[in-house]
Design a protein around this ligand. Structure first.
Ligand code: ADP
Ligand code: MG
Length: 432
């Protein structure tokens, strides 16, 4: 199938072709007609399969028709879990709306309020937002949803993982009942399905990926490491091998990210950290440095790296394994995007063994063990205990103390919210 066959307006097709897109991806072929039909949709597809354009293109087509309602508020609202992703979606909207007269903007935490308020006062067709900051503006009565036609929940699974469930429901409740709702997710399981049931009306469902579907274009292997120092040596071994183009290294903590990046820089490896304690500007600049090749290794935490769309990441390296097994899939999905083959290397220390067995259970395969000459591990792998595997999925932990401009003061919640709900949303908002 070609893009021409999707009944998209020439003003939309033109920039799509300019972007070098030749054929719509599977999810685009399936989702675009549904969105154009006006039906609600829940869709899952692996990371990197083009879900953004699957909703942006038909949403733009809707905007090309004049609104039947008066007012200035957004006609399309896209909610994303992180600031980085919001900015990327907004960039995509700009890219595809080059030939259409639409106004678009983003509302994200960590940025000044003034320009956002000015933007909300003006005419807006599409708005991309992270739930926390948007709610802040809503509480102050600054957002007009009277024209809203389409609500998109992008990376819905991640929004739920990050504790945005109440915020998303509150935002949805403030939009017109006759809206069209689109939910995109890496998986359509468990809580995501429950939320879909609550927020979507007779949705069409497109499931192109199960969460445990193995990544075909990603080669995965691992090394056992005895200690942090051993992990650092293994990491340097790979980074110095000359086989890596750009790499994304994941650590468990923000401090870990800082430390690893610092050691790498001391070895003249072009690297930088990316985490939620950095200012928005610094984060943007760091991502841009990776994109432009000024740095080659980004050492990041999960939340900070979410939604990064850098096409040419050749290697994802798990310096620490993620606590939540699903995050492994999200992490390695950063490489092997579009059609390039990616590599995922995990450094598994004694504290990571249990996590590894949970990951292998989830992905339904053993990750290949490899040994580097001269860097052999001294300890051998314990047999995974079946009790460890049955442990319930751990709750994601959030850092305390990091001040964010979007943090709501207790008591500033809009009227009618119960106290418990307030503290719940309040607590989770500092995640990014
Ligand atoms: P997802 O949201 O499914 O993780 P994205 O929408 O971020 O994926 O798209 C991943 C990458 O694929 C982006 O760089 C995007 O520009 C590219 N892409 C999307 N659709 C196409 C297409 N039809 N042809 C070529 N590249 C595409
Ligand atoms: Mg996406």
């Amino acid at each position: 199938m070609q893009f021409d066959q999707l009944n998209l307006d020439p003003r939309i097709l033109e920039p799509v072709k300019k972007s070098g897109f030749i054929k719509p991806t599977d999810i685009q072929q399936r989702a675009i007609p549904v969105v154009l039909s006006g039906a609600d949709l829940m869709a899952s597809a692996q990371t990197g399969t083009g879900k953004t354009a699957a909703f942006v293109l038909p949403a733009l087509q809707r905007i090309l028709r004049p609104s039947r309602k008066s007012g200035n508020g957004p006609r399309v609202l896209v909610l994303t879990p992180t600031r980085e992703l919001a900015m990327q979606v907004n960039q995509n909207i700009r890219q595809f709306s080059r030939c259409s007269k639409v106004s678009t903007g983003s509302i994200i935490g960590g940025m000044a309020y003034g320009p956002q308020l000015r933007m909300l006062r003006g005419r807006l067709d599409l708005l991309v937002a992270t739930p926390g900051r948007l709610l802040d503006h809503m509480e102050q009565g600054k957002v007009d949803f009277s024209r809203l036609e389409i609500l998109v929940l992008d990376e819905a699974d991640r929004m739920l993982d990050m504790g945005f469930i109440d915020a998303v429901k509150d935002i949805a409740a403030a939009t017109p009942k006759d809206r069209q709702t689109l939910l995109f997710s890496a998986t359509l399981e468990g809580r995501v399905l429950q939320v879909a049931k609550q927020l979507l009306k007779n949705p069409e469902s497109i499931a192109l990926a199960a969460s445990n579907k193995r990544h075909k274009s990603i080669e995965q292997h691992m090394h056992h490491a005895d200690s942090k120092a051993h992990k650092q040596k293994l990491l340097e071994h790979h980074l110095e091998s000359g086989r890596l183009f750009k790499s994304l290294v994941f650590t468990a903590t923000k401090r870990g990210a800082e430390q690893v990046a610092k050691v790498l820089r001391s070895k003249n490896l072009k690297s930088a950290a990316l985490h939620g304690d950095m200012s928005q500007n610094k984060r943007r600049q760091t991502v841009e440095n990776l994109r432009k090749g000024r740095i080659e290794t980004l050492v990041a935490t999960d939340v900070a790296a979410r939604g990064l769309d850098i096409k040419d990441i050749s290697h994802v390296i798990n310096y620490d394994l993620p606590t939540v097994a699903e995050d492994y899939i999200h992490r390695i999905g950063r490489t092997g995007r579009a059609s390039a083959t990616g590599f995922a290397i995990s450094l598994v220390g004694p504290a990571d063994w249990k996590k590894l067995s949970q990951i292998e259970k989830l992905i339904g395969q053993k990750v290949k063990r490899e040994i580097v000459d001269g860097l052999e591990p001294s300890s051998s792998e314990p047999r995974a205990s079946s009790r460890a595997e049955q442990k319930p999925r751990p709750r994601r932990k959030f850092s305390k103390g990091a001040k964010s401009a979007s943090t709501r003061k207790p008591g500033s919640w809009r009227k009618g919210q119960s106290g418990s709900k307030q503290s719940k949303s309040f607590r989770v908002k500092k995640a990014a």
